[in-house]
Ligand binder design. Sequence first.
Ligand SMILES: *[C@@H]1O[C@H](CO)[C@@H](O)[C@H](O)[C@H]1NC(C)=O
Length: 509
Amino acid sequence: MAVAGAIIGAAIGGWLNDRYGRRSTILIADFLFFIGAVVMASAPGPPLLIVGRVFVGLGVGMASMTSPLYISEASPAKIRGALVSTNGFLITGGQFLSYLINLAFTKAPGTWRWMLGVAGIPALLQFILMMLLPESPRWLFHKGREEEAKAIMRKIYPADEIESEIIALKESVETELQQKGSNTDKISITKLLKTKTVRRGLIAGVGLQVFQQFVGINTVMYYSPTIVQLAGFASNRTALLLSLVTAGLNALGSIVSIYFIDRTGRKKLLVISLFGVVISLGLLSAVFHETTSHSPMVSLQETSHFEDFTCPDYGEAINGRAWNCMKCLKASPDCGFCASATDKLLPGACLISNDTVKDTCHQESRLWYTRGCPSKYGWLALIGLALYIIFFSPGMGTVPWIVNSEIYPLRFRGVCGGIAATANWISNLIVAQSFLSLTQAIGTSWTFLIFGVISVVALLFVLVCVPETKGLPIEEVEKMLEMRGLHFRFWEKRNARSSSSQQEKGQSA
Ligand SMILES: *[C@@H]1O[C@H](CO)[C@@H](O)[C@H](O)[C@H]1NC(C)=O
């Protein structure tokens, strides 16, 4: 329901952004966050809990597209990417922090009410602080409030850049008036698609958002407890610790992106990121294939050692001799595998899966498996998981949001960013709703392989359709899209790029 709310929030957010401004939209999102948190914390039962989730989702959807846009429009071109990346880092860092806070609250009475309720505090804080911040100067300018816009720009930009920024903004608003003698009150989809620059921007922006979800980040995250079990760290405590580690790696990756985004560029970061994602998915697919095809046997002798705990499905099976660990785990969610005490790869026992049995298994210093089977190569899966997150986070994790905040012509920026963010949340829902059926139908290994193939397609897409927007004044991105639709060349020499952008500047002056 939260993701469903986010889809709607992102769609409405685009319109709100163009109509009422970035600042007002963020204030509205904060209000929704706050209401959602309070409703959830005080919910007497599931129905209100769900209503609260929807409110929070609406806020998430709105904020997800508005914050990058607001930051990007209020930043000098040179450090624009870094500042939007910082937004990404604060999100992933915030997730890390929320795990820590939840860990602390597991000791408090009324646990979940506190966990859900504290989310209202940052919302309230941001609402108050946001009142002290100005509106995006670009949006003000676009709405004809030039003097206000100039006053704000004087505070943000170094003195020598203000004039050229204002000239570029004026031009962009004038082209808009030329293109259509009307005010931009009505924006229809056909009008968006008929405008060449917008169409090209949308292809890059929406494509990146969809691929961000379809390279399988949430599926990999979902399997991280399994992967840790495969690697032989089989206790429950490690699962919580693990979410801390993965969240920490994710946050660390975002810091990397802050440093490189304006130096290396958006496109190179995306390419490197996808390259790493493809390799990690290949590794994960291979390891999962190995563990499922070569899992340890179930031994009648070992199982009868835990007499009362034999898993019914195994006890009733006709040819129990042919059972291996994988067969035992797949037979029923109530079955678990207690590995041999001498070597986890030797035949073990197929037992009922509950806490008593798990403890009994551990007491004999054996390893307990419920999600995956013991394997020689389990640790490789752990490396695959870590590599995936480290590569995903600084590239595919943050760059789609950055590109979407700077690629559209000013007058369409809200609506187009909204469309792309909506596409992101819809893809999120599709992947989340389908991957479990997918793994049941074709197995985990093939599922990862499919995500790997999608990532290769994403790599080609980035190489061909995504323009490099590093360091370009926002208004010049539009000119670049006007000139060419495909963007094969991206390993340009630094001085070649800077001289060409100087030429453009010369023309516009
Ligand atoms: C686990 O299953 C065994 C066998 O059915 C039972 O004796 C035990 O009480 C169960 N423990 C828990 C915590 O449910």
